[in-house]
Design a protein around this ligand. Sequence first.
Ligand SMILES: [Zn+2]
Length: 139
Amino acid sequence: MLSVMPFTALGWVLTVLLGARRRRLAGCLLAWSQPGGALAWLLAHHPFGPMAAVTIGRCVLAASRPALQATWAHEAEHIRQFERFGLLFPLLYAADSLRCLLRGQSIYRDNRFEVAARLAESKTAHQNLAGRRKPSSSV
Ligand SMILES: [Zn+2]
């Protein structure tokens, strides 16, 4: 298995340099920007368009704490992708963006890794809704 450690380390360094708040959860590093912080500014000016969060290895960097919570299922899929493909993941992601560009598609929205992350996000939202609909046994 290829390691995601170098990317996670890079993500951690960025959180320090950008003054982000951090928390560890299940072997992941979650970071979010202070209001008006450098991380929020960088995500708002991402080359693919404004982003709520990005994942680097097992590190998720979000524009705010609510953004982190809202995007967790999506970013968790990117963590799984990093774990699956390791050091090759950024290259595979870029290659798929190139495939999209050559087909006249969006290099972000149509990228197969983004499509998979949105699907995971959708499944989680659906499961959460289904969980809320369960009748309470105490009522
Ligand atoms: Zn994504």
